[in-house]
Design a protein. Structure first.
Length: 287
């Protein structure tokens, strides 16, 4: 992997990411008024691109922002081709554009500001910890009530992730006031108990993860029944396996939660099997 500057596409013009100039009055700067997507690239090709664009469409609808998604997708694919990467991610962000600072939407609406950039990634960011699994901690879910929108307002996620890191953990699992696990700061959360896979149901309290959907669709191949039922934080120690899913995280085993060992205290066998199934499916993309 080279350390070269990511190639960006800013409103249709390609340039190195560090040459993009964003107007200071962009509503993302004042209000975090925008949405984003992260798409994984394997072997130079996007993985589950349509699914990510469908979610982007839903996020844009969620904040009442119009954007030409066909044009954005063509730009993303052209920029990807020009970046000539193998293992990477595409970051896509759409904001409501530049306008005088006012809470209500600007009238007439300014053109949205559309940023795409291609960031090279190691083939497996978590290779060194895949077998051992990672530590996680629980944290109060302090976020807003539209976590289904992939908004760029990630301050609660950043604050909680930072305290997890300081506690020596890789991820924090958000727990709602009702005592149920919603999701991680940048991942969805799964638990296995007695051959059944549990994860929070889709609602305004979680992001509809693309990797989450892939896991639910392939669980039967790993011999699992599926229950989209949230896990009570107090039941985490009774799970035989816990794992995280996300576009860059892929499927990552959890060895401890709040210092309590899960299963054997390493990535569980079924988690490992799901990860292998995912890798096989990704490999078939190249074939
Ligand atoms: N994070 N939940 C949250 C809050 C997330 O931010 C993410 C993704 C996920 C997993 O979704 P998916 O499987 O579609 O990536 C769940 C991205 C990768 C990020 O912010 O970098």
């Amino acid at each position: 992997m080279s350390g070269k500057e990511p190639l960006a596409n800013w409103n249709g013009s390609e340039m190195p990411l560090n040459e993009v100039l964003v107007p200071v009055t962009d509503r993302a700067f004042f209000f975090g008024d925008g949405v984003y997507e992260v798409v994984r690239i394997y072997g130079g090709r996007p993985w589950l691109l349509e699914e990510h664009f469908m979610r982007l469409e839903a996020s844009l609808r969620g904040i009442q922002l119009d954007c030409d998604l066909d044009r954005l997708k063509q730009r993303a694919l052209a920029t990807l081709q020009h970046a000539r990467v193998d293992s990477a991610m595409i970051y896509i962000q759409v904001t409501r554009g530049a306008a005088k600072r006012n809470h209500s939407f600007p009238e007439p609406p300014p053109p949205p500001n559309e940023l795409i950039y291609i960031q090279e990634l190691p083939p497996d960011k978590y290779e060194s910890v895949r077998k051992r699994g990672v530590a996680a901690v629980t944290a109060k879910d302090i976020r807003w009530q539209r976590c289904d929108i992939k908004s760029i307002n990630l301050l609660p996620n950043c604050l909680v992730q930072e305290s997890a890191k300081r506690a020596g953990a890789e991820e924090a699992l958000f727990v709602g006031d009702d005592g149920y696990v919603t999701e991680g700061t940048h991942t969805n959360v799964f638990g296995i108990r007695d051959g059944t896979l549990f994860t929070a149901p889709l609602s305004n309290r979680i992001l509809a993860g693309i990797t989450r959907r892939w896991v639910l669709d392939h669980a039967a191949e790993a011999g699992l029944a599926v229950s989209e039922t949230a896990i009570k934080a107090g039941d985490i120690p009774h799970m035989s396996e816990v794992f995280l899913t996300g576009t860059t995280t892929e499927i990552l085993g959890v060895r401890t939660v709040d210092g309590i060992k899960i299963g054997q205290g390493c990535t569980g066998d079924i988690t490992g099997e799901l990860f292998r199934l995912l890798k096989d499916d990704i490999a078939s993309l190249a074939g």
